[in-house]
Design a protein around this ligand. Structure first.
Ligand code: PEP
Ligand code: MN
Length: 273
């Protein structure tokens, strides 16, 4: 009897869940690299809402390459993103950087992101899988910048081994010999993933190219190649951003990106979420 109830519960849980990636939609997640203050996040959340989007991104724990760079507002950042997303009726995506903070992050946000630097942190992947399953959270797993597609797909299994959870892959650029862009966006990963697995895949053009003027063309390409969505860094005042301002789209560029992406999505009979 208990087993039947558990099964029923699991089914109800799945039905209640509004997936991050939905049939017939291109999910566009937008927001700042880092949550900097209540005012900063609120002005960006307003832009996300006015643009008709559903998902707001924002880092509270920032895994910076330099230990001297801004490391994020941590717990305070989580409080701001919860408060502001509730006010604007938005869903949220934030990064988890270590196993000890997974439970707390999952209390505040809808989608747990695992960054490129942690794709092979297997203790973290397992903890995220466990908590995401218990708390009905989706997971975005970014590709390690020096990881093969096979290694990436194996990393997914550390998450799913802890119970069924929606895992969405995110291609965010790999390191090549080309220094002009921050990384090299491997667009071919999209059709390869579609061939090898049933998992959804989204593209992060911002971290791949590292320059705002290149983000719009690569966003267009991402949709054309079959990506199920985008995660894009935007900011209402990129010049003043504490993190990754050079690659953030301002309000005008955000609108331009969305209108171009929508045009291509419509071609495939899809809407923007
Ligand atoms: C991010 O999305 O904020 C981020 C740090 O990305 P990545 O892990 O791809 O560098
Ligand atoms: Mn960033």
């Amino acid at each position: 009897m208990e087993k039947v109830n558990n099964k029923k519960e699991a089914l109800a849980k799945r039905e209640n869940k509004k997936n991050l990636i939905r049939e017939g939609f291109i999910t566009v997640i937008a927001g700042p690299c880092a949550i900097e203050s209540r005012e900063q996040l609120e002005s960006i959340a307003k832009l996300v809402k006015e643009s008709g989007l559903t998902y707001l991104r924002g880092g509270a724990y920032k895994p910076r390459t330099s230990p001297y760079s801004f490391q994020g507002l941590e717990r305070k950042g989580l409080e701001y993103i919860k408060e502001i997303s509730d006010k604007y009726g938005l869903k949220t995506v934030t990064e988890v950087t270590d196993a000890d903070t997974v439970d707390i992050v999952a209390k505040y946000v809808d989608v747990l992101q695992i960054g490129t630097r942690n794709m092979s942190n297997f203790a973290l992947l397992k903890k995220v899988g466990k908590v995401a399953n218990q708390m009905n959270r989706s997971v975005i797993l970014k590709r390690g910048w020096a990881s093969t597609i096979k290694e990436w797909l194996l990393a997914v299994e550390y998450i799913t081994s802890q119970g069924s959870t929606e895992v969405v892959l995110c291609e965010r650029g790999i390191r090549t010999f080309e220094p002009y862009t921050r990384f090299t966006l491997d667009l071919s990963a999209v059709p390869v993933i579609k061939k090898l697995s049933k998992l959804p895949i989204i593209i992060d053009p911002s971290h791949a190219v590292g320059q705002s003027d290149l983000v719009i063309p690569m966003s267009r390409a991402a949709i054309a190649v079959g990506s199920d969505g985008l995660i894009v860094e935007i900011h209402t005042n990129p010049e003043k951003a504490l993190c990754d301002g050079q690659q953030a789209l301002n309000a005008r560029q955000t609108k331009e990106m969305l209108s171009q992406v929508e045009f291509i999505a419509n071609f495939f009979g899809k809407k923007i979420l």
